[in-house]
Design a protein around this ligand. Structure first.
Ligand code: ATP
Length: 234
């Protein structure tokens, strides 16, 4: 579904991605793991057109994304949920969700809202509340829900667990898992929380200093004690 080949990217003299090759298969969750500064966020930003690659290719369903600007990505089925839960706090939950449907063009249908409320009932309960009143976990659900309003086939998720209590992390990851099962969505999940990410992912790719150091089924990575200690911190 998403094929990344020989991707290099950086910032001035800094090399953030060094010849990264990986595939996110259709209907699977692929976790990209690694320490702070490993290049995970740069990878997602380069895939979604927010950062320019120095070399290499990215293909979505066989189509090259070379120089496709970020604003055209939703139209191609790609949604990027960046780190940091950027909701518009002065708007209600439902208004935030409606914004997510705009990138697709045309009107936002009630069906799309209902689907998000089915997936995240708490957002339905709070649809008229200002986003500023939401907890961290609810905000994370809102940014994922907002991305889903564009009906993506490929979802890029950057550190959804950051700063959330373990119980909420488990809930959010469980919801992502449900989503993949229900819709056949393809997910590239960037996480520092490797243990939780591997518990929901099908595959895992480990980055270290911008290079891929492991790429294997999630249970294999979780069972590799040496690799876990060296790169995954658990
Ligand atoms: P984190 O979990 O902290 O976000 P990460 O694995 O996502 O880490 P990146 O943020 O992609 O890693 O960073 C990769 C490298 O690029 C690091 O060396 C980082 O310092 C550098 N870097 C990231 N953003 C910039 C920037 N805007 N300008 C200069 N260097 C940057």
């Amino acid at each position: 579904m998403l094929a990344i080949t020989g991707l290099c990217a950086g910032y001035g003299p800094i090399t953030a991605l060094d010849d990264v090759t990986l595939t996110a298969r259709e209907g699977e969750i692929t976790a990209v793991l690694g320490a702070n500064g490993a290049g995970k966020t740069t990878l997602l930003r380069t895939v979604s057109g927010l950062h320019r690659a120095r070399s290499g290719t990215v293909e979505l369903a066989g189509r090259s994304l070379h120089r496709v600007p970020a604003e055209r990505m939703p139209g191609l089925g790609m949604a990027h949920v960046p780190e940091g839960r950027g909701v518009i706090t002065e708007l209600t939950v439902e208004e935030n969700l409606r914004l997510g449907g705009l990138g697709r063009g045309g009107k936002v249908g009630g069906d799309d809202l209902d689907r998000v409320y089915d997936l995240f009932p708490v957002l339905g309960d709070r649809r008229s509340a200002l986003a500023t009143t939401l907890s961290g976990g609810e905000r994370q659900m809102l940014v994922v829900g907002r991305a889903l309003m564009a009906r993506p086939t490929m979802l890029l998720l950057d550190e959804p667990s950051l700063g959330l209590a373990p119980r909420i992390v488990a809930q959010i990851f469980g919801l992502v898992r449900d989503l993949v099962r229900a819709d056949g969505l393809t997910v590239l999940l960037v996480e520092q929380n490797a243990r939780s990410a591997l518990s929901v992912a099908d595959r895992g790719v480990v980055l270290s200093l911008g290079r891929v150091v492991a790429d294997a089924p999630a249970d294999e990575l979780a069972g590799d004690e040496k690799l876990r200690h060296a790169y995954l911190g658990f």
